[in-house]
Ligand binder design. Sequence first.
Ligand code: ANZ
Ligand code: ZN
Length: 802
Amino acid sequence: MYKYFTKILSMERNIKQTEQKWSKKWIDEKIFEPDLNNAKDPYYNLMMFPYPSAEGLHVGNMYAFTGSDVFGRFMRMQGKNVFEPIGLDGFGIHSENYAIKNNTHPKQMSKKTEKNYYRQLRLIGCSFAWDHKLETYDPDYYKWTQWLFIKMFENGLAYQKKAYVNWCPSCKTVVSDEQVEQGECERCKTQVIKKSMKQWFFKITNYVDELINDLDKVDWEEKIKTIQKNWIGKSEGVEIDFEMSNIEGSIKAYTTRPDTIEGVTFMVISPEHPLVGKLLSNANQNDSTVIPTNAEGSLSSITEKIKQYIESVKLKSEQERLINKEKTGVNTGLTCINPTNNEQIPIWIADYVLMGYGTGAVMGVPFTDERDREFATKFNIKIKEHGEFKGELGVKKVNYKLRDWCISRQRYWGPPIPIIHCEDCGPVAVPEKDLPIVLPDTDDYLPTDDGLSPLARNEEFVNTTCPKCDKPAKRDTDVSDTFLDSSWYYLRYPSTTDKSGQASSGPGPSINKTDEPWDKDIIKKWLPVDKYIGGAEHAVLHLLYSRFVTKALKDFGYIDFDEPFISLRAHGLIIKDGAKMSKSKGNVINPDTYIERFGADTLRTYLMFMGPLSQGGDFRDNGLLGVHRFLNRVWEAIQTKISTTTSKELIPKLHWTIKKGTSDIPKLKYNTAIAACMEFLNLLEKDESYKLSKEDAVSYLKLLAPFAPFMTEELYEQLTNSKESIHLSDWPKYDDKLTISNNITFPIQINGKLRDTIEVTRDSSEKEVTTMALDSEKIKKHMTSEPKKVIFIPNKLINFVV
Ligand code: ANZ
Ligand code: ZN
């Protein structure tokens, strides 16, 4: 299938040699390393931080990198000083689990991963600023992750509390709310359960309003803004007190619909509501002030039921509780009073009410609220029609779904939380001069079910002295969430330099020039990030955490902007022959083999040709071969078609092609920019006599340069004899007046049904149109056999009868 013979050209195209040659040259001459101190027009082009496993990058990763790189290259040719750094997000459960599965120490594994990762990245030909690499497990990096933790702590944004947290039984650690999707661990897809544990939290909830409102300031896709807003979940309602009938006190319910209060026929409290605890302890003491009045059964049988119910709820995740159609609950036997009509209503305990939201108590309105109706129906509670209550009621209250970010993990492979616990002083931050707290090298790193971190078993690590009072004290033994590592990496990139000072010597650890997390002047110049391209799946994870961290750092006075990413675009996903790529299906595409056979230019151009970047695409070998042939034809055309002047028939199309590239590339519609280049080539090849001037050939190559950086560089050198790189040259200009072309949009029909349109030159022949039409992916999909008949109306339409 891969057999493809290139013709012998006047200058033979040796893909591998060309790509290796330029790869080395670009790095040696540091052409993609902007002068960070003096750049006149800085542009920070960033793609989302990759977290590869040692298995290496697949084609989907290459798609994302290339998508971001094409944009960076385009901006560079617009005259911007583009900074496009790359690094490795290598700490965390993802990497650790992979290491464990392969019986390798995570540190050992990370060395393998790193080597393979940078090797693969060099192949794909991105214009990375290699001098600024960083790896999150490098102590020089995580020193500052720990510093960030301490700043949070010192500023009251990091605190410990015992709470019902999400425990993943497979990862054997707690995970944050954002890392639970449909009740499952975002990473391993295991059902999480609720466990009451003491954990570290970051007070992201202090920033709810800014996190919502400042979305108006940034140029992000609406889709992602909406996901974030919904996750933060601002809700405006009132809190209403319901006096208890038989005992002292009242229950506060949170409602967004006070107008429905006349339809309230019951009260539901969450199993974790304090009243439940009070009820049980009173019952234990046989306190007769709490005696159920109208519930079935004796006091002891009711308390027994409640206890059983609470036990059953403990195993459920919040998600499960929210979506379970089959409502469950117990009647407490207590009642309270509806303040608008003094009716007595029963108080139930049910798990569809969550303690972490509102007040943990809901006034049940079964007539209007669906969940309440399901509940009332199941338990035979009255359903009462009601009018609209217009009176003033309760106290106005704003609630948010967002809760604080649970940051501690009971795992090994992460930055140890830089806190020392002292019996007298409580939790004390490690003094800055003692950072980093290095993760100890140990073979005893496996996680356990008991909720204790592996580091807790390491006495040498645990035992220390209190920085405040010097008494014996213990180190915190949890590590921080990987999402903390990636919440600030973009701040550090411009301030790192290669330790060896020799970027070309290959990957090596990075250090900071100064003894600070970043250089203040550099950060002023380069941040916030101008263009951020990455996966939409991070809408409520990385993208929320980074915004929070940026806002906090601004408030602490370390930076002077409060949004990290000015413009954000999400890329689509690559599937293979119609199916999602996955290891179990065995259809994960390794880019290496394709690069080896066809070169990075072909792979890049094909990936970008599949569709708009936001859409992703279906990887098919046939499509890749088509693009490979296209690049070979470009090569050949440059060898055979250069003359002193450009044929006049080509001029409108050339200007049109430049215009297309200029407008489509910044919109990340790379596919149509490439298609325009293909059309131009078709025209150029159409007639033996058509020729291109050197200057126009160069303009054309520049349009392809972001996609096929190697071949265009080689041809540019051939044509211009210039020592300057095509990638540092100016983007070509077009004259709008000249773009008026003799092109027409040609409808392609199959059995009379419109299936696609193509742009063709006026008066194209039946054969030309047929060839182009049959090259269309959409048409190929519908043509299972050779057409029986072709109906061709010149300049109007083509119809294949199959
Ligand atoms: C009565 C009512 C009648 C309600 C009605 C809704 C519709 P959002 O918009 O999501 O904020 N609620 C309050 N606290 C809750 C908790 N801890 N767990 C589960 N549900 C809770 O929704 C607020 C509404 O969700 C509140 O308004 C309450 O039900 C319920 F026709 O009160 B409502
Ligand atoms: Zn102390």
